[in-house]
Design a binder for this molecule. Sequence first.
Ligand code: C2E
Length: 623
Amino acid sequence: MAIMSRNDDDGVSDTNDSETGNPGQMDLPSEHKDKLLASREKDITRREGAVVDDKATLLQREKLVTRRKDAVELRENAADLREDTAHRREETAFVRESVIHGVDTGQTQRQEVVELRENAVDLREDTAHLREGTASLREEVIRKTDMGQAASDDHLMMMQQANARLVVSVIEAHKLAEQVETVATKLQYLAHHDGLTSLPNRMLLQDRLNQAIELARRQGRRFAVLFMDLDRFKKINDSLGHGVGDQLLQSVAQRLRGCVRHSDTIGRQGGDEFVVLLSNIMHAEDAALIAQNMLTALAAPHLIDHHELFVSVSIGISIYPDDGQEAETLLKSADSAMYHAKEGGRNNYKFFEPEMSVRAVHRQSIEVSLRLALEHQEFVLYYQPKINVHSNRIIGVEALIRWQHPQWGLVPSSQFVPIAEDCGLILPIGRWVLREACLQARTWRQAGLPPITVAVNISALEFNAPDFLKNVRMTLEETGLKPHYLELELTESVLMQDRELTDSVLHALANLGVKLSIDDFGIGYSSLSYLRRSPIGTLKIARSFVRQMTTTSDDADIVSAVICMSKKLKLRVIAQGVETPEQYAFLLARHCDEGQGYYFSRPVVAETFATLLQTGIPPALPR
Ligand SMILES: Nc1nc2c(ncn2[C@@H]2O[C@@H]3COP(=O)(O)O[C@H]4[C@@H](O)[C@H](n5cnc6c(=O)[nH]c(N)nc65)O[C@@H]4COP(=O)(O)O[C@H]3[C@H]2O)c(=O)[nH]1
C-alpha cells in the first residue's frame, strides 16, 4: 500500500518511489500515476521559482548596498566641499583684512598691492572651481536620486543631507564671490590712490593728465600743471619722526583740496611731492592765483601731536601747450620751475621758462658724472686754516672737497655736494673725504709739522648712516691718526634728529677722543640746554652773520651774543668767513678767539697748506 503523508511545506511527499525501484513502490493504476507525475512536476517548478526569488532578493540587496555607498560618497564629497569653502572663506577674510589694514595705515606698498591682486585672482579662480564642483555634484545627486526611486528611507535621508550641504556650499560660494568682488574693488582703489592721503597716485594722475591733453587738444584749450614739494620737510621728518611727518602730509593734502575745484586733480607723487592739474584755465594768471592761494592756505600752522608746525611749499607751474605737449614734458617743466622757486628763496611759485630745462639737464649730467668721479679719482681736498686771532697762529684746518672734472675744471663743493646729498652719493664720497683727510694729517705729523686738528664736514645723511661710528673708528685705526687730531663739523640739523641715537653717537665719538663742532651756528634751532649737556666743544658762527656784522646791527648783536654765550657755556667759538680788517677788528674787540676766512687764507691744496703751517700766515696775503 502506498503510504502518503502530508508534508508541512508543500503538502505532498512520497516515501515509496516506484520509479526508483523503491521497495515501498506499489503498482498503481495509470490515472493515479499521471496525477502523481503532474504533482511532481508542479513541485519542481515551485522549487525553481523559490530559487529565482532568492536571486532577485540578493540583487535587490546588492543594489541597496551600492546606493548606500553612493550616498556615503556623496556625503563625503559634500563634507570636503564644505571644508574647502570654509578654508576659502578664511583666506578671503585674511585678504580683506590685509587690504583694510593697508588702506588704514597707508603702508600698503606697491608690491603688496600686486600680491593682493594676485590672491584675489586665485580666489576668483577657486570660486569658479567650487561652483563647477557643486554643480556637477548636484547633477550626480539628481541622477542617483532618479535611479534610486525605490531606495530605502535611510538612503533618502542621506540624499537629503547631502543636498542640504550642497545648498550651504553654494551659498558659501556666492558669499565668497561677493567678498572677492569687494577685495577687487579695494585693490582697484589702492592701485590708483595714495594710501596715506587718499589722493590720486602717480598712475591715476598720469591718466588724468593724458585725458586733459586729449581734451585740450580737441577743444584748443590750455591747462596748468603745478608741481610742488614741502620746503625742509626732511628736517621735520627726521627730527619729529615719521608719524608726525605723515600727519603733516595729510594735513597739507587736506588744505590743498580746499584750494581747487572739483574738476581739478591733486595727486601725491610720493614723499612730500604733490602735483595739481588745473584742467580748466583761461590765462596763466589763473594758475598763479591758485598757487598763491595754496601758499597762503599752507602757511597757517599745522597742529600735529601738540606741535605747531609751520611749513611752506615751492611751486613750479607749466602750461599746456606752451611748456610741453606730453604729460612727461609738462611734469618735467613744472619740476624744473619748482627748483627755481626753491632757489629763489622757497615759499613761492615760478612759471617754467625754457632756459630752466637747460639747468635741469645740467643737474642731471652732474649726477651722472658724480657716479663715476670716485672711481676716476677726480676728487681732491683743499685745506683752509683756522687761526687764533690773537696770536695769528694756525690752530687747525678744515678739509673742503673739490671736484677736478676733466672737462669742467675745478668744481666748487656748493655745485655738487647738495646733489650728492640728494642722491645718496655723499655716503661713499664722505668716507673718501674722512680717510683722505686723516691720511693727510698723519703725513703732516710724520713730516714733523706742528700738530693741528683736521676738521671734516659731516652731513646729516652721513651721520645717520648705521655704520658711521664704525667707519670713523676704522679710519682712525687704519690711518694711524690719533682721535684728538680729528674734528667733525656737524650742522644743527644733525642735532635735531632722533635725540637718543644722536646722543649715543656723539658720546661714543667724544669717548674715542674725537672733537665735535657745530657748523653754521645760528641759522638752526639748537637748544641751549642741549648744547650744555652734549659733548659739542666748538660753535662756528655762520658766515651769513659774520658778513654783515660790521654793517647791520642785528647781525652784530647776534654775533656778540653767540660769543658771549659760548664763553658762558665754556665752548670754543670761531667766526667763519672773515674777509675784512673791520670784521677781524670786530672779533678782537668781542674777544672771539678764533677765525677762519679769506682774510687769513683761502682754502689751498695740501702742499701749500704745509708751507703755511711751516711759515705761518704770510703778511703778503690780503688782510
Ligand atoms: N665767501 C667766503 N667763503 C668762504 C670764506 N672762507 C671760507 N669760505 C667758504 O665757506 C665754506 C665753508 O665750509 P662750510 O661752511 O663747512 O660749507 C661747506 C660744507 O657744508 C660743504 N662741504 C664742503 N666740503 C665738504 C665735504 O667734504 N663733506 C661734506 N659733507 N660737505 C662739504 O660745502 C660747503 C661749501 O664749501 P666750500 O664751497 O668749500 O666753501 C667753504 C669755504 O671755501 C670767506 O671768507 N668768504
